[in-house]
Design a protein around this ligand. Structure first.
Ligand code: GUN
Ligand code: FE
Length: 446
């Protein structure tokens, strides 16, 4: 007997070049997909018969795997859509550190984080990897908020102590106190969701410029001792990339490795300026890239070499990089990942001859972009998500194809499955999203 069955048109991308489209019945037991059968067969009839609840989404709605956001700065939520006129290093000092410092106010953090998490769920973000702020209390509030709302999440207290790149009023007092705070935060987050384990801690050195060597060494040891994952920013911009070369005499990636921070599933946000040697090292260590295409358009000074990373076997998913990424949903990042890849392929300087302008073979399509947002992100995190098949957790999003309050329009005489899929990826907004599940539980319903 299953807890429930869902009957729906399923769209999913099990690999970067395959779009699967079929009508299926999915049986869920304890949050896990127990069985999937074609909707018109005997096996489906059997699944329906042995289910406590049956939900038929009909022919005007599709079911897709839950969307995975590998890079969100929770305390930048109030800034989304604004303050993007400066280079990243000045943006941090002028707008972002003052904003994040306000999260010393734990009550305010609770209000902002509740709004953020429920909004992301309404966008279909079933898993998010969060940078919180330096504050232990507000970081715990974020973890508790995710647990209450039912969002799968990694939550990290931001560690940063370097007096050159961080203001005295927003940093850890020194490396030792930063390490203690990060270690305590891991324990507190684990305790916050001990029952279900949907919310997990993650060690979060902001980026090398913001951290002293002592803090970085300590965080590498903490990861080794606890087995807790790591996230950080890597080679995001020219400034960030050059900082590592000048300070360490090597690339950001290789310096992270020297500090013991480049580990299996370490999430490296951005990675735009990685070298060929960096790409090999990232692949060898099993670290992953959180690709944030919109944010990169503002801060990166370059477009991520995405096909090169995938060809080298690096695991890649998508990130909104709220608040630098302008839009809250992962589908919007899918569209922009395609757009930026096209700009990289063709180049942007019309004054150059067309053959010298771009990077051939750099472009991706909506199938690859959607794979990044689902199965790619799941592989990056090593979680059984991203494809609606037996053995994986039931994190899913129901999207209407022709809802009068939505944006997607279905023209039966024109739209085949592939065009409808493209419309879902490029156009779907919260108004098109009907229902969202995490671990078999409904976490949002329109
Ligand atoms: N590098 C260090 N901190 C940040 C941040 O908050 N956002 C972005 N985009 N880059 C960073
Ligand atoms: Fe970021």
């Amino acid at each position: 007997m299953s807890d429930f069955t869902v009957e729906a048109i399923r769209y999913q991308t099990p690999n970067p070049s395959t779009l699967e489209r079929d009508r299926v019945v999915i049986a869920v037991v304890d949050g896990q997909i127990a069985a999937v059968a074609p909707a018109d067969g005997d096996a489906a009839a059997d699944l329906r018969a042995r289910s406590r609840n049956h939900l038929d989404l009909g022919s005007e709605t599709v079911l897709v795997p839950g969307l995975i956001d590998l890079h969100v700065h929770a305390p930048q939520w109030q800034q989304l859509g604004t303050a993007l006129d400066l280079p990243v290093q000045d943006w941090l000092q002028t707008y972002t550190f003052p904003l994040e410092a306000r999260f010393a106010d734990t009550a305010m953090a609770g209000v902002v984080y509740r709004d953020l998490v429920t909004t992301l769920l309404a966008h279909g973000t079933t898993t998010a990897v969060y940078f919180a702020s330096v504050h232990e209390a507000a970081t715990l509030v974020l973890a508790e908020t995710c647990a209450e709302a039912g969002q799968r999440a990694f939550v990290g207290r931001v560690a940063m102590d370097h007096p050159d790149a961080t203001p005295e009023w927003y940093r850890d007092a020194d490396a030792a106190s930063g390490l203690t705070a990060s270690a305590r935060s891991i324990e507190a987050i684990r305790a916050a969701d001990a029952d279900r384990g949907l919310v997990m801690p993650i060690i979060t050195p902001r980026f090398l410029p913001a951290c002293t060597d002592e803090l970085l060494i300590g965080l590498g040891t903490l990861a080794e001792d606890t087995g807790v994952r790591i996230q950080t920013h890597c080679s995001e911009s020219d400034w960030h990339h050059t900082h590592a070369l000048e300070r360490f005499g090597t690339t950001d990636t290789s310096a992270l490795d020297d500090f013991g921070l480049l580990r299996d599933h370490t999430v490296l946000a951005h990675g735009n300026h990685v070298t060929d040697a960096d790409i090999s090292l990232i692949a060898a260590r099993g670290a992953v890239i959180g690709h944030c295409p919109v944010s990169n358009a503002y801060f990166a000074n370059a477009v991520l070499p995405l096909p090169e990373l995938l060809t080298a076997g690096v695991r890649v998913g998508l990130g909104t990089d709220i608040g630098a990424g302008v839009r809250p949903g992962v589908l919007q990042q899918c569209h922009e990942a395609v757009t930026m890849s096209r700009l990289r392929r063709d180049g942007v300087h019309a004054g150059l001859p067309s053959v010298a302008r771009g990077a051939p073979d750099a472009s991706i399509d909506t199938t690859t972009a959607f794979w990044l947002a689902t199965a790619g992100g799941a592989e990056a995190l090593g979680l059984p998500l991203g494809v609606l098949e037996p053995g994986r957790r039931f994190d899913a999003v129901a999207i209407d194809l022709d809802h009068r309050h939505g944006v997607i329009r279905r023209h039966a005489e024109l739209d085949d499955d592939e065009r409808l899929f493209e419309k879902v990826v490029r156009l779907a907004q919260t108004s098109d999203i009907r229902q969202v599940w995490v671990d078999g539980r409904t976490v949002h319903q329109r």
